[in-house]
Design a protein around this ligand. Structure first.
Ligand code: T1G
Length: 703
């Protein structure tokens, strides 16, 4: 038997152990090994029942994602037909599920007649997260096991559920008393089945998956959920597949599912989402730094500043069970901060996301203080004070006196020079930037800003602690705005300039949300605060000193006290959460255009889309060339997780590669020529883009 499969005969039982590290991804070699082992067990008269399990505990993370888009994904023996064969074996198959059974891994378990899971098992059909649908019988077998509605909800959510919920739904027959007892209790289960002459496949729990549902259930389900799917293909294909499960016999439903799966697999959206999957894992790697570098121990954390950011950051650590000292300058500010944290937790309780006793246990982990001396035992200190360099430098001077040797000193600045902050102290190697995105307790993205002096183990430790608190860390070098805000500048500049040239804020925002971005530039600025944006731009006036035309609109609104949602008026007018266009803003744009001698004209959507996106892409390519970003995947992750760029487009860099680098370059050159002095000034293609196109490259990479 291949080393990928452990085969053992035990008193009437065949135990088949999957062993392809790290996650038993069901590639062609493992499928072949599994298929051979099952045929051997089926043919052996001594075998009365078969147990399939993860040889190292973990059952399977599903098909090998790296195979999709290549011929290997359906190389013989392909998973769908392998599972049809397994389901047809005339002996009970018991799936003993350890740790995870996801995607094709759960489909393998569904093809078995019986399933037992360990207590901390996670199961799910996560294909939707990859722009796919279950393609090995999941859309056909799961509805017959738990009903069409429950199956639809689980498949479309792409979420993992725990063992108890899986048992309650009917996915698991049993939960073992412990992970260690899983295989023994699977054996006991097998012998029980043999003793009672149980059939290889029990009767279907839901022979009619739509039983009890109204005839128009699927029509109504689509109408209710379709708006949230935006332009995503996979959810629509899932609906068609589950509809087939309700209407067709299993064998015909499986054929329908296969056709739909191949449609999904070949889609640009799935290619984009598979790119994101691997980019997230690649982002954890630091070139030139060993994966096994010893990390600094982080057991106690301190946050300076109990404002919105500081409070949110403190919650991140408390949520992960890590004690955190929260320091403020005065008692009132500290009380306000602690009250805000408790209010946040209590609103989570009201939304059913948290239990009351969890609030108390988390609040108990947050220790408010006014005394820097209380930070002396912290392993990691994060400042989240006012966004002014001098203020932050002062904090670091104090930290240098109170913090123990080896403590990591982090700044939460969103754009200031981390090297200038590090230069304040005699231990710059302990300094790193940790740019949390607001609200810090909710946003996954964390830009880890590597200073010139940041020690490798500090970087590796911060990446590790970031993952421990559930963040998606992306490494950035030091420049104004790091990766995300640096790219936001030209992207937002074009949006502002387009409004001066004749577009409206609503038109620009609609063009961007039609591309499935979560928000357009102007609704985003109104949410974040025009005042906040003004202060950030004001701290970097040199960058736009030679042409402030595009800044004038924001500057004027700031001067008028129109800060956005917080003041009820910004680029839009707000009544509660409803927003509408404001004729005053259009009039202001007209006045400024006149003053700045900008001719106005009707602007079509395509121009809006190209100018905003091409400038976003151009800046990302420039960041890569400067080494601020290590990889295009990192840039994509920043914009997907920090700015709402659609994951099913893969992020701005992936999107540019799909458009064609030549198309992007030609577009930049076209607008550079068409927009006069403004175009000449701002539409300069990144040199790396020109080199890539000249070399006929299809992928964006440094060379
Ligand atoms: N295929 C290939 N590689 C995979 C993989 C997979 N399914 N899952 C994980 N890896 C790699 C990953 O790239 C990383 O590699 C290492 O394993 C550890 O992963 C036909 C079509 C299982 C919960 O969506 O959710 O089945 O970076 O860092 O945090 O219907 O991995 O070390 O080189 O994430 O402990 C559906 C995806 C596939 C599950 C573990 N399955 N994986 O998390 O480790 S499509 C999924 C996960 C399918 C069928 C359909 C997680 C995990 P490297 P990791 P982790």
């Amino acid at each position: 038997m291949s080393e990928l499969i452990h085969y053992r005969l035990e008193e009437g039982l065949a135990l088949i152990g999957l062993d392809r590290v790290p996650v038993n991804a069901l590639d062609q070699s493992l499928r072949a090994g599994l298929s051979n082992a099952c045929e051997r067990a089926a043919a052996d008269p001594r075998v009365q029942a078969i147990i399939i399990h993860g040889a190292r505990g973990l059952f399977s993370a599903g098909s090998d994602i790296g195979e999709f888009g290549t011929g290997a994904s359906f190389a013989e023996p392909d998973l769908p037909r392998t599972l049809v064969r397994l389901a047809g074996i005339h002996k009970p198959l018991i799936a003993a599920l350890g740790k995870v059974a996801l995607g094709g891994g759960l489909e393998l378990a569904l093809a078995c007649g019986y399933r037992i899971g360990e207590p901390n098992l996670r199961v799910g059909l996560s294909e939707i997260n990859l722009g796919l649908l279950p393609g090995a019988g999941g859309t056909q077998r799961l509805p017959r096991l738990i009903g069409a509605e429950s199956a639809l909800n689980l498949i479309l959510s792409g979420k993992q559920i725990d063992a108890e919920n899986a048992r309650l739904l009917g996915i698991l027959d049993r939960v073992s008393t412990s992970p260690e007892r899983l295989l023994d209790e699977a054996r006991e289960y097998a012998y029980e089945l043999i003793a009672c002459r149980a059939p290889a496949q029990p009767a279907e729990a839901w022979p009619e998956p739509a039983d009890g549902l109204p005839d128009d259930f699927l029509v109504r389900y689509r109408a209710e959920h379709e708006p949230s799917w935006k332009s995503r293909l996979a959810p629509r294909l899932v609906l068609s597949a589950v509809e087939a499960a309700c209407l067709l016999p299993l064998d015909e439903g499986l054929l329908k599912e296969l056709a739909l799966f191949k449609q999904a697999e070949s889609s640009r959206q799935s290619k984009a989402l598979r790119h994101v999957f691997f980019a997230e894992r690649e982002a954890a790697r630091i070139p030139g730094v060993r994966d096994d570098l010893p990390l600094r121990s982080i057991t106690r954390v301190a946050v300076i500043g109990a404002g919105t950011m500081g409070g949110g950051i403190a919650m991140c650590f408390a949520n992960a069970g890590i004690p955190v000292a929260l320091l403020e300058r005065d008692g009132k500010a500290l009380d306000r901060g602690l009250t805000m944290i408790r209010d946040n937790y209590e609103s989570s309780v009201r939304r059913g996301r948290l239990l009351p006793d969890q609030v108390e246990s988390r609040m108990d982990l947050i220790f408010g203080t006014l005394d820097y001396a209380d930070l002396s035992d912290a392993d990691l200190v994060i400042e989240a004070v006012f966004e002014k360099l001098e203020v932050k430098q002062q904090v670091f001077l104090t930290l240098e006196k109170v913090c123990k040797p080896g403590a990591i000193l982090a700044t939460n600045t969103s754009s200031l020079d981390v090297d200038a902050i590090a230069a304040t102290v005699a231990r710059p190697h302990d300094v790193v930037g940790l740019h949390f995105f607001s609200p810090a307790n909710a946003m996954r993205l964390l830009e880890v800003v590597r200073g010139k002096a940041t020690a490798p183990d500090v970087l590796a430790t911060t990446l590790d602690i970031a993952r421990r608190i559930g963040k998606l860390p992306v490494i950035s070098g030091v420049c104004f705005g790091f990766i995300g805000n640096r790219m936001l500048e030209p992207y937002a500049r074009e949006a502002h300039r387009l409004v001066l040239e004749g577009a409206t804020p609503a038109q620009v925002d609609r063009v961007l949300t039609d591309l499935d971005l979560n928000m357009g530039v102007f609704s985003m600025l109104d949410l974040a605060g025009i005042d906040v944006n003004f202060l950030v731009r004001d701290s970097n006036r040199t960058a736009s000193a030679h042409d402030e035309s595009y800044c004038r609109l924001g500057d004027e609104l700031y001067a008028m006290g129109r800060y956005g949602q917080k003041t009820g008026r910004g680029f839009y007018l707000y009544e509660g959460r409803n927003r509408r266009d404001d004729a005053e803003v259009i009039a202001l744009a007209e006045r400024l255009a006149d003053e700045l001698q900008i001719s106005r004209r009707p602007i079509d959507d395509q121009e809006i889309l190209e100018r905003c996106l091409f400038m976003l892409i151009n800046e990302g390519i420039q960041l890569l060339d400067e080494g601020i970003a290590l990889r295009t995947g990192d840039i994509d992750l920043v914009w997907i997780n920090g700015y709402g760029f659609p994951a099913h487009l893969g992020g701005p860099m992936h999107y540019a590669e799909q458009l064609g680098l030549g198309t992007v370059l030609a577009g930049l050159q076209r607008y550079r020529n068409a927009l006069g002095k403004y175009g000449e000034m701002w539409f300069k293609p990144a040199p790396l883009l020109e080199r890539l196109v000249a070399a006929g490259r299809k992928r964006i990479e440094r060379f």
